[in-house]
Design a protein. Sequence first.
Length: 111
Amino acid sequence: MTENNPQIPTLYEWAGGFETFERLVKTFYELTLQDDLLKAFFEKMPDSHKHNVALWLIEVLAVQKSIPRSMGDEWSCAHDSPAPRFEFTEEARVRWIQLMQKAADIEKLPS
């Protein structure tokens, strides 16, 4: 729940929690590998990067205290993990959002 209103869930809670974000990112990466524009950016990413992206999304969308204790301190390391740096064009940024939205639809995240 949010700090300002305990009746309102965080986006993390509302979307379904940790497992939901793991599935969302897995589906997103599967979509990138089918996409002519983004495939080159994502095809060599290690599996651990997918997990770190899920943790990053959780960090962005959750109040810190909402992150499950079972994850320990691992979540705070997501932004420290080295990842390849890419120069995304505006077209690639738009496609990233489109594929994330498509992944959210496939995983049936709440509207």
